[in-house]
Design a protein around this ligand. Structure first.
Ligand code: NOJ
Length: 562
């Protein structure tokens, strides 16, 4: 097998720049803050950083509404601060990929301001404009992923523009070659500065059906299309003319060629789960997230086995898997998969899963401390416009009582997983100056052990567990490169699999006990003996009996087969 590329060996760590570290005391994270924390990240043992958008933006969608593709948000610093961050990251062996939002801009981007200034504007066709329907309403019944119609009337020019997300995030018209040229220039701008690749936002939304056919399922005005409440199939059914339209694969191939014209194996990671984005093997995106792995209330052995069979079975030859359990759009791993009684043990088990499956893992900042979802209590604390709009839609259009609407919105807002990083037990957790007002509140558990300072020197902490397992993965060829083979396909309490690396000859047996009871599974592996490589429990080093293997509740073990 060809030697693995850096992005196949790497563990990625997602940083939400607004929430990571604030150096100037304005309550908002910034590049000098992130730069000061690079040693922490190196010592944690991750290899690459994915930054959520760092561009100038009105921040109605927390930066996914970009007002300038070739600059840095002033709150985060300057281009010079960015370059210094990149240089210091590289000096520590950390790669950096940026978030690239191709589908839409902010309505404050100069392109859109120009486009909306007049029907005759040379930029008009950079966005998707249509005349009103004969009754003056929107051109069709398409809905926005963030609720409400996907069209907004521009009163001054009398036409509607299309937005699959917020009205303040107008969709670019990718059928216009000038749009492509401008975005490819932006891509070159960052590649020239030395970034190691991009995470591509919402790629399935880039093209719309050119004839704009109505959905046949009626979408009522103000309908809240919400993956949390609609059955998954209905959700995609309702968006089917707005997603995954022809043209995307050609576009991704073009972008891949552009990126490959640069040295250094720059990487493209798609925010999509469709393996078709690998192209015919390996000529579109390098990595495509395995989102179905996280789309479950509880991670169980059966869920993981079914997921891996489907994903690995469908992976085109030459393509490489990519696993994640959390990001800035989903509840935190700790809160989502914890059961309230064994959260700490489950957090260890979930990391062990992520770092031993075949493929590149993505971690989310704060996960290594056991950071939990924020518990917000009033509307004024919300920063995600999507959540604020949802509250309005529930109360104003759907007649839901304000208290019930508030409860629902506070329980689902993405703000909950975007809280400031918890560095210490100090006021404001060392994220920002003690007297500053952080942009989102701190979780009070930063004073109860969930902080870097509290965990860094404690060998029994979750942070130490992350460090240990990250170091172990890096030093274990079978975990990096090995093929995945399920054992015990019917087991409900434990997940067992082999990772076999032909080049080094190493085979690891991974056994994860997902139950709160001790287990004694037996393994018949042709008489091969096993030696302990890693355990989440206290175990003496050395050889282990496989017939049976005694597992403590929620124990994760990694064994070398001899
Ligand atoms: C996906 C991003 O992950 C999400 O945070 C954002 O709201 C949408 N794309 C729109 O850009």
């Amino acid at each position: 097998m060809a030697p693995l590329k850096w992005w196949q060996r790497a563990v990625f760590y997602q940083i939400y720049p607004r929430s990571f570290a604030d150096a100037n005391g304005d309550g908002i994270g910034d590049f000098p803050g992130m730069t000061a924390k690079l040693d922490y990240l190196r010592d944690l043992g991750v290899d690459a950083l994915w930054l959520s958008p760092h561009y100038p933006s009105p921040f109605l969608d927390c930066g996914y509404d970009i007002a300038d593709y070739c600059d840095v948000a002033p709150e985060y610093g300057t281009l010079w601060d960015f370059s210094r961050f990149l240089q210091k990251a590289h000096e520590r062996g950390l790669r950096v990929i940026l978030d690239l939002v191709l589908n839409h801009t902010s309505d404050q981007h100069a392109w859109f301001r120009e486009a909306r200034s007049s029907r005759a504007s040379p930029w008009r066709d950079w966005y998707v404009w249509r005349d009103p329907a004969p009754d003056g309403g929107p051109p069709n019944n398409w809905a926005s992923i963030f609720g409400g119609p996907a069209w907004t009337l521009d009163q001054a020019t009398g036409q509607y523009y299309y937005h699959v997300f917020l009205p303040e995030q107008p969709d670019l018209n990718w059928r216009n070659p000038e749009v492509k040229a401008a975005l490819w220039d932006a891509v070159r701008f960052w590649l020239d500065l030395g970034v190691d690749g991009f995470r591509l936002d919402a790629i399935a939304t880039i093209f719309e059906h050119p004839d704009l056919p109505d959905h046949t399922l009626p979408v009522s005005p103000g309908a809240v299309l919400d993956a949390n409440t609609l059955p998954w199939d209905d959700y995609w059914q309702l968006l089917r003319f707005q997603l995954h339209q022809p043209g995307m694969h050609e576009l991704m191939k073009e972008l891949r060629a552009l990126v490959e014209s640069y040295p250094g194996d720059r990487v493209l990671v798609g925010e999509d789960e469709d393996l078709a984005f690998h192209g015919s093997g390996d000529d579109e995106l390098h990595l495509v997230f395995n989102f179905p792995l996280q789309r479950t209330r509880r991670i169980t052995p059966a869920h993981v086995r079914a997921n891996q069979a489907l994903r690995l079975g469908a992976l085109p030859p030459g393509a490489w898997p990519c696993n994640t359990l959390g990001n800035h759009d989903a509840p935190r791993v700790w809160s989502r998969y914890g059961d309230g009684a064994h959260d700490a043990a489950l957090a260890r088990l979930h990391l062990a899963l992520l770092l031993t499956l075949k493929g590149t893992p993505f971690l989310y900042y704060g996960e290594e401390l056991g950071m939990a979802d924020l518990e917000l209590s009033d509307l004024g604390q919300l920063r995600d416009t999507n959540a604020i709009n949802r509250y309005r839609a529930l109360t104003e259009r759907r007649g839901v009582a304000p208290e019930a609407a508030l409860r629902e919105v506070l329980a689902t807002t993405r703000d909950r997983c975007r809280g400031p990083m918890q560095w210490s037990e100090a006021p404001n957790a060392g994220f920002t100056a003690p007297e500053a007002v952080p942009w989102l509140p701190l979780h009070p558990n930063h004073r109860a052990g969930v902080s870097v300072a509290a965990q860094a020197d404690d060998p029994g902490s979750l942070l130490s567990f992350y460090r240990r397992l990250l170091a172990l993965r890096r030093a274990t060829p079978a975990l990096l490169a090995g093929e995945f083979e399920v054992l015990h396909p019917d087991s409900e309490d434990h997940l067992a699999f082999l990772r076999h690396d032909r080049d080094s000859g190493q085979t690891c047996l991974v056994v994860l006990n997902f139950s709160g009871a001790a287990q004694r599974p037996a393994f018949d592996l042709g008489g091969r003996a096993a030696r302990l490589r890693f355990s989440s429990a206290e175990r003496p080093a050395g050889r282990l009996d496989l017939q049976p293997l005694s597992l403590a509740p929620f124990e994760a073990v990694i064994l070398d087969l001899l």
